[in-house]
Design a protein around this ligand. Structure first.
Ligand code: SF4
Length: 77
C-alpha cells in the first residue's frame, strides 16, 4: 500500500484547550501558548504531518482538530 502525504489544516478548539502544553512538546514549531494560556497555531507547516498527528493524539482534551486541506474531511479527532 502506498501512502500519499495529506495536507493538513490544524486548529485549536478554545472551548476544550486547558493549556497542558503537551502539543507544544510534540510540535513546538506549530503550537505556542497565547496570552490566555491556551495553545494557538503559530505555523501550521512548522512540523512534519506525523508530529502534528502525534500532538493531536496526545492532547488530553482532543482540542486539536486536523482536517484534510483538500477535501475538508475531518482527520482527527
Ligand atoms: S495539548 Fe491540548 S489541551 Fe494541552 S495545550 Fe495543547 S491543545 Fe491545549
Amino acid at each position: 500500500m502506498t501512502s500519499t502525504p495529506v495536507q493538513l489544516t490544524v486548529r485549536i478548539d478554545p472551548h476544550k484547550c486547558v493549556g497542558s502544553t503537551m502539543c507544544i512538546q510534540y510540535a513546538p514549531g506549530v503550537f505556542a501558548l497565547n496570552a490566555d494560556r491556551q495553545s494557538s497555531v503559530i505555523n501550521a507547516a512548522g512540523e512534519p504531518a506525523e508530529r502534528l498527528r502525534a500532538a493531536a493524539e496526545q492532547c488530553p482534551m482532543e482540542a486539536i482538530v486536523l482536517e484534510d486541506a483538500n477535501t475538508g474531511e475531518r482527520i482527527f479527532p
